[in-house]
Design a protein around this ligand. Structure first.
Ligand code: ZN
Length: 120
């Protein structure tokens, strides 16, 4: 079984859209420090106790946002690269073709369902 070019083009479009969304979310809560590296934004609200508390709350939210988004962006970029290289949809662990339904639901998947289950 091989993935056809129409299927690949559709997944690529979804991945590019996802990438755009991720970058947008990242610029809201983080600052880019390097390629594929973002830091949580720190907002200075003032020096009062409640202002300091609010700053910490925002920073913590941005920090968890940064971690989640950074990983997602990394996976999306990796999937896009695989499409370019022609090895998209191949399980990284067992080299079998990942179920197209799984790729439809989760375009940046890098392993098949069986390997995913084993690693959990
Ligand atoms: Zn596998």
């Amino acid at each position: 079984m091989k993935l056809d070019s129409k299927f690949l083009a559709e997944r690529k479009e979804e991945l590019l859209k996802r990438k755009e969304e991720l970058l947008k979310e990242l610029t809201e809560g983080t600052v880019q420090v390097a390629d594929n590296d973002y830091s949580a934004k720190f907002v200075d609200l003032g020096d009062k106790d409640d202002e300091n508390a609010a700053e910490v709350a925002i920073f913590e939210k941005n920090l968890s946002l940064e971690k989640t988004l950074e990983v997602s962006l990394y996976n999306v970029n990796k999937a896009l690269k695989k499409i370019e290289e022609g090895n998209y949809g191949i399980c990284e662990k067992c080299n079998s073709v990942i179920n197209p339904d799984r790729l439809k639901a989760f375009p940046s998947a890098t392993s098949c369902m069986d390997c995913k289950k084993k690693s959990l």
